[in-house]
Design a protein around this ligand. Structure first.
Ligand code: NZQ
Ligand code: ZN
Length: 393
């Protein structure tokens, strides 16, 4: 049955070759006077993108303050530095030049600037933010979907806790998307990105909330498009059209569109991955691929028909057998697809071997030490999470 929903996507998208030249005019349009340009390790600077973006801001008559150094699984300590810097400099707009990590770090700085008290409270779910400083972004990797999402995920080095905070306040005012900018990505990051994009729609599809034919069809075609494009990019990383398909899919997969009518989705694979990212600092997309198959087998009996409906749109499933048998075959095919683009289908293939003690710790943390259950297809306890980690070894 279809569920009621709210769909809110306030982000202005400027898409295509050379789009980053418009960053200055866009920031001005959304009220900026002094802009924090936030970026990562080295890719934005070495490609020359940073220079082009800051030039565009200055041409628009805007002040510029720079803060680089965001790492994948972005850290709370840099967020705190960013908040101080912006207060001292009188920054009134945040421009993220990078991927999910940079955008999420900018969102956290935005929360810290627009609310009193310690910003980590929002990620620790002790209280909710009431505002966020306006954010724009120039996207350099198609993956997390943060350029249109309501989400920000930050890692607190004290305890290595990776936690998300979701509100509509942090949705970017604008997103500049030039697919050419993603051509410098290492093959592994391209594949991680494609996996994450697929997963944002699969997580929404594989819940038990409800369904809507239009959304289901859209979801299947989105995942199919990303799979096809991922294979093209594996062999031809400079293919503009495939880069463009994946970049637009990144945004549509996580702005809410592929969940309209189907309820809250599952998200257990994401929660399981967040603990892997927090403890082992693995790339998000690869961590998702490593646990997905084990999660799927663990919860399959709660909704085999839903698995068949999704996987049957992506693969040629066997004609014989019941839904469970068909779904199991489809899960294996999905793991085969992950491997075909260089993604892992187990923790071993991901390159980590958590001890039993570490598994227990991740299981407890994923359920906030008993404060919540995770997942929608099946509601999972810390003990269930541990079982899935063990299956994924
Ligand atoms: O730091 P630099 O040098 O820029 O290198 C980055 C980084 O090492 C590199 N890169 C980015 N663009 C590049 C490039 N290298 C060459 N050319 C380019 N054009 O790629 C690496 C990964 O970047 P990152 O921003 O970490 O990737 P991604 O977009 O996958 O973001 C991952 C983070 O987002 C979170 C994840 O948990 C993870 O922390 N997520 C955020 C979500 C959201 N806010 O809605 C939803 C997701 O489910 C996810 O949890
Ligand atoms: Zn994700």
């Amino acid at each position: 049955m279809m569920q009621s929903f709210t769909y809110y996507t306030p982000t202005k998208v400027v898409f295509g070759r050379g789009a980053e030249a418009q960053a200055g005019m866009l920031a001005k349009e959304f009220g900026a006077h002094k802009v924090l340009v936030h970026f990562g390790g080295q890719s934005a600077r070495s490609s020359g993108l940073l220079g082009r973006v800051t030039a565009s801001l200055r041409e628009a008559g805007l002040g510029v303050v720079e803060l680089g150094g965001v790492v994948p699984n972005p850290r709370l300590s840099l967020v705190r530095r960013g908040i101080e810097l912006c207060k001292n400099e009188g920054v009134d707009f945040l421009l993220a030049v990078g991927g999910g990590s940079v955008i999420d770090s900018a969102k956290a700085i935005g929360y810290g600037l627009a609310n009193e008290g310690d910003v980590w409270d929002f990620y620790d779910h002790l209280r909710d933010p009431e505002a966020c400083m306006p954010i724009g972004c120039v996207l350099t990797i198609a993956a997390a979907g943060s350029e249109m999402s309501n989400s920000s995920v930050i890692t607190n080095e004290e305890g290595w806790l990776k936690r998300g905070c979701n509100t509509d306040y942090c949705r970017p005012r604008f997103a500049v998307m030039n697919p050419e900018l993603t051509m410098t990505l290492p093959a592994y990051q391209t594949a991680c990105g494609c996996t994450d994009i697929m997963m944002h729609t699969m997580e929404r599809y594989l819940g038990r909330g409800g369904s809507m034919a239009l959304t289901d069809r859209f979801a299947v075609q989105l995942v199919r498009t990303v799979m096809e494009s991922a294979l093209v990019l594996r062999d031809d990383p400079q293919n503009y059209d495939a880069r463009a398909e994946v970049m637009w899919a990144s945004s549509l997969s996580h702005n809410g569109l592929t969940g309209c009518g189907s309820g809250a989705g599952d998200w257990a694979s994401h929660q399981l991955e967040h603990e892997l990212g927090g403890m082992f600092d693995v790339a998000h997309g690869a961590g998702l691929a490593a646990v997905w198959g084990s999660w799927a087998r663990y919860v399959l009996d709660a909704g085999p028909a839903r698995f068949v409906s999704l996987l049957g749109g992506l693969f040629e499933l066997p004609k014989a057998g019941d839904d469970t048998a068909k779904a199991l075959a489809g899960i294996e095919m999905m793991e085969g697809f992950f491997r075909s683009i260089g993604m892992p289908a187990s923790l071993h293939e991901l390159g980590i071997s958590p001890t039993e003690e570490q598994i227990q710790e991740m299981g407890q943390k994923s359920c906030w030490n008993g404060r919540r259950l995770i997942g929608g297809m099946k509601r999972l306890t810390a003990e269930d999470a541990c079982s899935i980690y063990r299956m994924a070894l």
